[in-house]
Design a binder for this molecule. Sequence first.
Ligand SMILES: *Cc1c(COP(=O)(O)O)cnc(C)c1O
Length: 358
Amino acid sequence: MLWNGVIDKYRDFFPVTDSTPVITLKEGNTPLFKADNLVKVINPALEIYLKFEGANPTGSFKDRGMTLAVSKAIETGAKAIICASTGNTSASASAYAAKAGIQAFVLIPEGKISLGKLAQAMIHGARVIQVEGNFDEALSIVKKISEKYPMVLVNSINPFRIEGQKSASFEVSDHLGEAPEYHSLPVGNAGNITAYWRGYKEYYDAGRIKNLPRMLGFQAAGAAPIVLGHPVDRPETIATAIRIGNPASWKGALQARDESGGRIEAVTDEEIIEAYRMIASLEGIFCEPASAASVAGVIKLNREGYFKEGDRVVCTLTGNGLKDPDTAIRVSNVPIKVKADIEEVEKILGYEIYSAHR
Ligand SMILES: *Cc1c(COP(=O)(O)O)cnc(C)c1O
């Protein structure tokens, strides 16, 4: 069977009818990798799986919700959509708007957006407005604008975004044949952890799985409002996709944690970068820094003796590392420069081989 996107695949679980136009870039069906090299280093008694959402058409999980949000917007006759974004929502909104033949307007916070994501919004023809402020300020502006003008808001407070994002837990369940013991996610605006938990519960209620996972959510230490119990005015982290001080789905995250018996905790930027490098160098998967918070959190809980032997832990890698090459280069070794001469190159190789075998 050809893959035609998440609405086609999981139609029964979504608020669509036969007359809903389906705007899809064939999102979803992303790979679930068993991270055998990573567990050797972390804890060989665990089974860790990586759900690589960077394989979606615009390079992040945002596409799962955007296909539904834009399809429903078109169903109601919308000619424009609007969002505030740390990058991936705008990249996805812009691409789906292009596919639907409508205009996207995106507000991005000053400075902190990765160049790859900005490039996506621009090339897909969105009107990009940079605001001198942070994400939370940009979001409050677009909320008011969408109430005033005929534009559909496609941030995750649009209920169809979270609906579409449920599809990832369906896929994990289908792939494993049941739900894992734990599911770990980075938490920014907290829409995704809300969506996954709802997805697992609906699959359980439909009899497709016989157990529910415990949900683990990880915020960056400099942007950890849920962990602290109050909004953070000036969120700071290298993981720009989760640099959010007042999550829109705060309640949904708490519900996911409490109903599932899970945890929401903070990981430092150092822990995030360590996990980011490990995922790339041990598993061959290049994810975004924010994505690596899911693995960083599992490493942290594992050190505290949280897991038991045989537990299956799925970590969602939310976005593609290619969006933010600057960070990868900043945390890696600088290439050595030599003359275009074989002996010069051999000298370096000899040294590298020697040090690799030491
Ligand atoms: C949007 C995003 C997140 C955060 O997801 P929330 O639903 O806002 O919690 C994490 N990682 C990446 C790559 C994202 O694009």
